[in-house]
Design a protein around this ligand. Sequence first.
Ligand SMILES: [Zn+2]
Length: 170
Amino acid sequence: MSANRRVDTKPEMSLRSALHRRGHRFFKDRRIDVGVTVRPDIVFPRKKVAVFVDGCFWHWCPQHGNVPGGPNASYWQEKLQRNVERDRRDDEALAGAGWVVVRVWEHQTLGSCVAQVEETLSRSADTSVARRPGLAGNGGAVRRPDSHKAEWGLEQPNLTSFRRESRCNS
Ligand SMILES: [Zn+2]
């Protein structure tokens, strides 16, 4: 099952280090049991946010996904179809257990991946902070949009320079 998922491929590593540089702390490749066992690439346990970096080939990206031709075409068709079905099953299982799923494609720029993750984090209540006594009146959600904006300003040049190398090769 995990044979399809390349561990520590470049897009995943790049996204992890970008998020880490921007002050986020998370687990990588952590197994989560939500009826089925899933293994997101990046896990924010307190916010219950799970991030997957999907390879264009294995996860059948609408832009770059294609089924190899030749005598094994039907094998590949079935295999890739199963991958996509498993992705959707994992999404549903996670959502059913209260997780928010973020999926980015390996062909996306690093900047757009980071933005997608941070946007989700900013909308997700920190479950551990929300339970602290004295914060109950705040409605649970603790958000600091201003500090995110400040970080964006600092990191923008790095994100732009990454754009070229983060392209999908196909
Ligand atoms: Zn793609």
